[in-house]
Design a protein around this ligand. Sequence first.
Ligand code: PSV
Ligand code: MN
Ligand code: MN
Length: 430
Amino acid sequence: MTNMPISADLIAEHNAPQIEALQEDYDALGRKLARGGVDIDAIKARVAAFSVAVPSWGAGRGGTRFAKFPIPGEPTNIHEKLEDCAVINQLGRRTPRVSPHFPWDKVSDFVALREEAAALGLGWDAVNSNTFQDQPGQAHSYANGSLSSQDAGARQQAVEHNIECIEIGRQLGSTDLTVWVGDGTNFPGQQDLGRSLDRYLDAAAQIYAALPDDWRMLLEHKMFEPAFYSTVISDWGSSILAAQTLGDKCKCLVDLGHHAPNVNIEQIVARLHRFGKLGGFHFNDSKYGDDDLDSGSINPHQLFLVFNELAEAEANPRDGFNPSYMIDQSHNVTDPIESMLSSAETITACFTKASLVDRAALHAAQEANDTMMAFQALRRAYTIDVAPILAMARMEAGGAIDVLATYRASQYRARKAQERKAVGLGAGIV
Ligand code: PSV
Ligand code: MN
Ligand code: MN
C-alpha cells in the first residue's frame, strides 16, 4: 500500500529512539509475568489478533443539540472519513474495520467504496440503519416512531431502509446489521406500551426475513433519548426477548452508555452470553447517561470487568463466542483521531488485563467462598501496566510506539485543513 496517509518512514523514525526503552520494559514485564506462569509472547499474540471497529461518524466532531464546534480539516464525506480511519489503524494497528451509517455514508458505487477502503488497509464492520431522523424527500415521517410507528407507511419505509442497508452491506462485505431505533414516548399514555412492541416485532421480523444466512441482526437497546418516558427496546430484557422471538441470527448489542447509572453491565454481558444472545458492543463511557465519552475515561474498571466476563465467555463458548466490538463515541472537544487512538488503546488494555486474570485461582477462590482472594485475582490483573505489550504488538505490526506523539508530528490534521472544505456550524451529530 503506497498511498497511505501517514508515511511508514515517519512512523519508523519516531519509533527508533524509543525501541530500546520499550524492549527493556517489555522484558521486565515478561519476567514478572513468567513468575506467575504467563508467557508474555502468548499474550502479545492475543493482542495482535484483537481488533475493534471504528464508527465512520466518529471521525467527525460530534456535537450536542446545543452546538457543534467543527475543527479545521474535519472530514466532510465518507471518503475523507475513511482516510482518517486509515490513520487511526496505521498508527494503532487495532482498528482495521469501519462501521458505516446510512444514509449518512451513502454513495453511488459501494463496490468502488469497498475497494477504496481496501486500498487504505480497511474492511467493513456492521452496517447501521438510521430511522431516527427524517431525510429530505422521504414519504413518511419518523416523528412518531419507525419500526413501531402506528403509521403503516412509516413502518414499511423503515423496513425497506433496513433491507437496503443489508444490500449495501453485502456489497461492502459486512455480515452484521445493527438496528437502533429512537422509537418511544415522552408522556405516560402517549402510546400503548404492549402494542408498540408488537408493531416493532412484526416490522423487525420482515427485516430478519431478508437477512442472508451468514448475517446477524444486532438489536441495540437504549433506556432513553430521544424519547424520555419510554423506549420500545429500552433494556437488555426487551432486547433479548425480541432477539429470541426473531430467531437464531438475531443477537443483542450492548452500548455501554445506554443504561441507567450504576447498572451492572458486566452481569448483563454474562446473562446474554448464557442464553446465546451476546452480539456485540458499542464502547464508550459515561458519567450521567448516553454521554458518549471516550472509552475508559470515567470508569475504566467497569470496562475491565466487562472484558473479564468476555474472557470467561470465550473460555466457555457454549453455542459460540463471536461478539462484534465497536467504538461509539461523540468527540465534542478533541480531535476525533486522537480520541479513537487513545480509546482503542484503552479498550485493548482492558482486553489484555482480562487475559491476564489467573482463572484457576479465581475459580478456586470462588469455589472456596474466599471472597477476598477471588477479588484479588481480578485486582492483580487490573493493576498490571500492560502498555509495553500493547506498544510492542503495535510496533511489530508497523504501528507507532507512541501513537499520539507520532500523529501530532505527522501534521496530518493541519495538512487536511489545507485540502478539505470547512464544515458548517450547527447542532447535532455528523
Ligand atoms: C444511539 O444513541 C447510538 O448509540 C446508536 O448506536 C446510533 O446508531 C449511534 O448512537 C450513532 O448516533
Ligand atoms: Mn451505539
Ligand atoms: Mn448511544
